[in-house]
Design a protein around this ligand. Structure first.
Ligand SMILES: C[S@@+](CC[C@H](N)C(=O)[O-])C[C@H]1O[C@@H](n2cnc3c(N)ncnc32)[C@H](O)[C@@H]1O
Length: 267
């Protein structure tokens, strides 16, 4: 399975390739890099973009009050700036999807309405909104809101004509032979998933396993344009798919490489 190789000059550092696993990691600003990529080459995209929630508030972690700030990449650009950003990268992703490809986009209420509106504006066909229930979310310290226990993941086809992949039977089997609902109870990542270091918004591997199995087949090519610690990559490799990840942070790409190499050794 050969890794995807892109002729491009303005990358922050040499891409990471693992040809025998079909993995490529780019350190770059996705807005720039996506626009240089060839159209209609991905079967599935999972995108976990900035939530734009780093507003100097506080939250609770392991019983302690901590800042909600994730990093400079998560600072809001203002409502209109955030929406313009979402329209731009979602437009590029739509161009990069094969005609029958699908995209999964996750977010909290800070950004999910902009994402959904941008997707409708661009002509994606929305298939489902998954409510990911985190089972054991941190308490709300202010006691002025309900505890935030869910994130939304929008699943959409490229357009109305798409004959997209949905592995219905696999999902049913994974759900004790009952039709799977759009409410997914999955715990936030456990300690063992963070043994190589921490990403502030790391997704649980179980969540990505389910997404990859639901909407792609062996050998398919999967893109994650905001890959962070490459949870999507781990699920892709585990299930024999090819993977292209992009993140602007060197630290997170180093973490991605450690996690991926650990998995290669296991398999
Ligand atoms: C919500 S996190 C993704 C976490 C990931 N799903 C995981 O499981 O680790 C978003 C990521 O997008 C990256 N990012 C933000 N803006 C970016 C941009 N314009 N281009 C590339 N990466 C970006 C951040 O560095 C961050 O790692």
């Amino acid at each position: 399975m050969e890794a995807t190789k892109l002729a491009t000059s303005n990358l922050e550092r040499e891409p990471y390739y693992s040809d025998d696993r079909g993995v490529t990691l780019y350190q770059a600003d996705s807005l720039e890099l996506l626009s240089q990529m060839e159209s209609e080459q991905f079967d599935m995209i999972f995108a976990d973009p900035p939530y734009f929630l780093s507003n100097d508030g506080v939250t609770c972690k392991s019983g302690k009050m901590v800042s909600v700030n994730k990093g400079r990449w998560d600072r809001s650009k203002g409502v209109e700036g955030n929406h313009a950003f979402n329209l731009q990268w979602l437009g590029e992703c739509q161009r990069l999807l094969k005609p029958n490809g699908t995209i999964w986009v996750s977010g909290t209420f800070h950004v999910i309405y902009s994402l959904g509106f941008a997707m409708q504006t661009l002509g994606y066909k929305i298939l489902n909104d998954i409510a990911w229930f985190k089972v054991n979310p941190p308490p709300n310290l202010s006691c002025r809101y309900f505890t935030h226990g869910t994130e939304t993941i929008i699943w959409a086809a490229k357009d109305d004509d798409s004959r997209y992949t949905f592995n219905y039977k696999t999902m049913k089997e994974m759900n004790g032979n009952k039709q799977m609902k759009n409410l997914w109870n999955i715990m936030s990542p456990r300690k063992a998933e963070k043994k190589h270091g921490k990403h502030p918004t790391q997704k649980p591997i179980k969540l990505l396993d389910r997404i990859v199995l639901a909407a792609s087949d062996e050998g398919d090519r999967i893109l994650d344009p905001f890959c962070g610690s490459s949870t999507t990559g781990l699920a892709a490799i585990e299930h024999g798919r090819q993977y292209v990840g992009i993140d602007q942070s060197e630290e997170y790409l180093d973490l991605s490489i450690k996690r991926l190499q650990d998995l290669y050794e296991e398999k």
